[in-house]
Design a binder for this molecule. Sequence first.
Ligand code: ZN
Length: 232
Amino acid sequence: MVRAVVDLLLPLSCAACGAPTRDGLCADCGAELPELALDDGAAVDLAPGVRAVGAYAYAGPVAASIKHVKTPGRHGAAPALGRLLRYELALPPSRRAPWAVTWVPSTRRRRAARGAEIPRLLAGPGARRLLRRIRDAPDQTTQDRAGRLSGPVGAFRAIGPVPPRVLLVDDVRTTGATATAAAGALRAAGARRVLVATLAVAESPGARDAPGAADRTEPAPTDRPRNRLGTG
Ligand SMILES: [Zn+2]
């Protein structure tokens, strides 16, 4: 079934490994997806009325393809990854179901650096802009856990009135702080229920000992040295 979706994808090289393919992911990388698929989307309630689900663990070809599309000028496979996200999570189609589809807006700096807004591409053609980023939160990758959790609060504002049910798409959920802040802005503007859907769920730094953390994901192999002691 995954294969059937992957076949719809158009780029000429695999977004994860670079192998020639007419798909977004090559057959070998696509074959790893069922292993990475999260049970029940690893659903978690972030706040009242705000539920989060993710399609895959942030590892292997999923992590590699997300890093790839975030590389400046390499976002071509992002719409294909978005189709994978919506397929894996069986997300409500924007035209049939009364869910408005939107995305977590990127910071202006990232948008400029990448030449594209990746979450918008993942959200698909039916999405519409409901949020704007009113300030650039500090880069989450350079902060400790406390900084990441507090950083995005107040970073978003809704554009006009928001429908009652909103599907909010992003690429990766780690602490959930960014999604919670974005969903909070939607709720303040009229949304009763917000479903946050991400392509991947990464293990939250500092949450390694949390219940349920053990059978979650691990960082992509490229994120850490294979041999922590070094080779000499
Ligand atoms: Zn591949």
